[in-house]
Design a protein around this ligand. Structure first.
Ligand code: FES
Ligand code: MG
Length: 587
């Protein structure tokens, strides 16, 4: 039934409706309300403007973000749920960041995506938002944006791809690229075969199927209470993803009616639950900067030390690549995230609620584990103490991190001579040089890869090992970098060194042959060079190419305002939130 000329068009039909934000645009009989309604009448019926909840579906689908390219289908399922609950669903395409293609690193654009999304959530007549993400930076940027606007918000993770197989064994995306390419360099795998594995690796829609950053951040969203419980890790092609997406659409409308905002769902205790989950799943180190950044938007005092404190003693239970053997499809089959959380439920804070309004812990009790090779029992974990370790010392006064679950036990306390690279280009140019002065006990140092230095803090810290050492059978070495590491990578890699070299950190002054001490149990990272010698080195830090100094555009803004890794790499002026109020009209 379309609007008839003689019909009143702005009446609120349901007395319980009409108190929502969108009514500020559509309610009333003045010129502006006319304008807002008139332009939206391309299929929207009269009753769309009676004050019912309008739900944006913030969609990061893009052909250039292959991990998220199926999200239009997911959005369709969300839409049906929103309609069913009496709301109005609205497509809102937002900035999409694909990890594999975007240069120089998707991380350079995480804050830009979050800033653009935040402004669009606030500027538009919406009462709540469903956040569709997948590939690494998409869920973090969506959550950062939603936190700064503080509307009712709920995440639908797009889900991992199905297991690939090669040579009869599962092939994990990311992790096995690093492994197979090192095999080619070591001369143990033909390049032909290597190239053949390409198609088996990416077998279906969805994001990386290892416990990389995308899988980790989907689970972090669930542990923070921001998803329908049980959805994280549902494979992208699994029909149950669409079912839960539909239910999420219904829930989003309920959340608006209950005025359940993100600030009510996510508290300091939710972050502590997420940190427990992060250790138990052996999640990506990138979660550290993303969780810190989300906390910064909410004004929650989360620190690097909270990761060490809360993660201490949490066992690694999930046997997934890169720390273990299986892939995300196996985790889902074995009982999924809720089964994992059930195993560590005594470590969870019972207070934090989820988007449903019920506490997270309510959903984890009685969640069985179906395969104890994938989800290890609490009594016999893969590793007893899987929390991320925070290191400090003169090389990282603000902190650096290491993921013991991905590192070699025999390198946890190590003293070695530095082999220094000033940039990723310098590393690539020299790492395979047969004359490079390096042995298995050396400590590889890569600098100029922090937030300001690159700029954007790329995932380069898991430096390839020197070819001559690979050929000699060496498979791990201590590596130190002010950049990040892919969540799918592994090795004894010290990451996120703060302050970075480009911000004047001591990392900039390390010279070849200096002794470096890594002591993970003692939480120390020291450059063992005497003070007098260090005094002599007070020259301005430079690298082969000099640190980045962009002259204009986003990169200029980014370099001028980005914060260090220990606080989440957000821009200083984006901390906190501005709420959802917009006081002025556009016409
Ligand atoms: Fe998108 Fe790994 S490349 S999740
Ligand atoms: Mg990544």
């Amino acid at each position: 039934r379309g609007a008839q000329e003689n019909e009143p068009i702005t009446e609120t039909t349901d007395p319980s409706e009409g108190r929502f934000r969108s009514a500020e645009w559509y309610g009333g009989t003045d010129r502006n309300a006319y304008l807002h309604r008139a332009w939206m009448r391309r299929g929207l019926p009269n009753h769309a403007f009676d004050g019912r909840p309008h739900i944006a579906i913030a969609n990061t689908a893009s052909d250039l973000t292959p991990c998220n390219s199926h999200l239009d289908e997911v959005a369709e399922a969300v839409k049906q749920g929103v309609y069913e609950a009496g709301g109005i669903p609205l497509d809102l395409p937002v900035v999409s960041l694909g990890e594999t293609l975007v240069r120089p690193t998707a991380m350079l654009w995480r804050n830009m995506a979050a800033m653009a999304m935040e402004e669009m959530f606030r500027a538009n007549p919406i009462d709540g938002v469903v956040l569709l993400g997948g590939c690494d930076k998409t869920i973090p940027s969506l959550l950062m944006a939603a936190a700064s606007v503080d509307l009712p918000a709920v995440v639908v993770p797009g889900g991992p791809m199905l297991n690939g197989h090669f040579r009869g064994v599962p092939l994990g995306c990311g992790t096995d690229v690093w492994k197979l390419s090192e095999e080619v360099r070591a001369g143990t795998l033909d390049e032909d075969l290597f190239l053949k594995s390409e198609q088996s690796m990416i077998r279906s829609k969805g994001h990386c199927n290892t416990m990389g950053t995308a899988s980790t951040m989907a689970i972090m969203a669930e542990a923070l209470g921001m998803t329908m419980p049980g959805i994280a890790g549902t494979p992208a092609p699994d029909s149950r993803l669409l079912v839960t997406a539909h239910e999420t659409g219904v829930l989003a409308v309920d959340m608006v009616r209950a005025d359940r905002r993100i600030s009510e769902v996510i508290t300091k205790q939710s972050f502590e639950n997420a940190i427990v989950a992060l250790a138990a799943i052996g999640g990506s180190t990138n979660a550290v900067v993303h969780l810190l950044a989300i906390a910064g938007r909410l004004g929650i005092d989360l620190t690097l030390d909270d990761f060490d404190r809360v993660g201490a003693g949490v066992p690694l239970l999930v046997n997934l690549q890169p720390s273990g053997r299986f892939l995300m499809e196996d985790l889902f089959r074995a009982g999924g995230v809720l089964a994992v959380l059930n195993q560590v439920s005594d470590l969870l804070d019972p207070a934090p609620i989820t988007v449903t309004g019920a506490p997270l812990v309510d959903y984890v009790t009685n969640q069985p584990t179906w395969d104890e090779e994938v989800i290890f029992p609490r009594q016999e974990p893969l590793i007893e103490d899987a929390g991320i370790a925070v290191l400090r010392g003169n090389l990282a006064p603000l902190g650096a991190i290491i993921k013991p679950a991905a590192a070699s036990p025999e390198l946890m306390v190590h003293r070695g001579k530095a082999v220094v690279f000033d940039s990723i280009e310098d590393l690539h140019a020299r790492i395979d040089d047969p004359d490079l002065d390096v042995d298995a006990s050396s400590v590889l140092v890569l600098r100029g890869c922090g937030p300001k230095g690159y700029p954007g803090m790329p995932e380069v810290a898991n430096m390839p090992l020197p070819k001559k050492l690979l050929e000699a059978g060496v498979r791990d070495m201590v590596r130190i970098c002010d950049g990040r590491m892919s969540g799918t990578a592994y090795g004894t890699v010290v990451l996120h060194v703060a302050p970075e070299a480009a911000a004047g950190g001591l990392l900039a002054y390390v010279e070849n042959g200096d002794t470096i001490l890594l002591d993970v149990p003692g939480r120390r990272l020291e450059l063992e060079v005497d003070a007098a010698e260090l005094e002599r080195r007070t020259v301005a830090p430079t690298t082969a190419d000099g640190f980045a100094s962009p002259s204009r555009g986003w990169e200029r803004l980014y370099v001028d305002h980005v914060q260090q890794a220990d606080t989440g790499v957000d821009l200083d002026f984006l901390l906190g939130g501005s709420g959802s109020k917009v006081s002025r009209e556009s016409h």
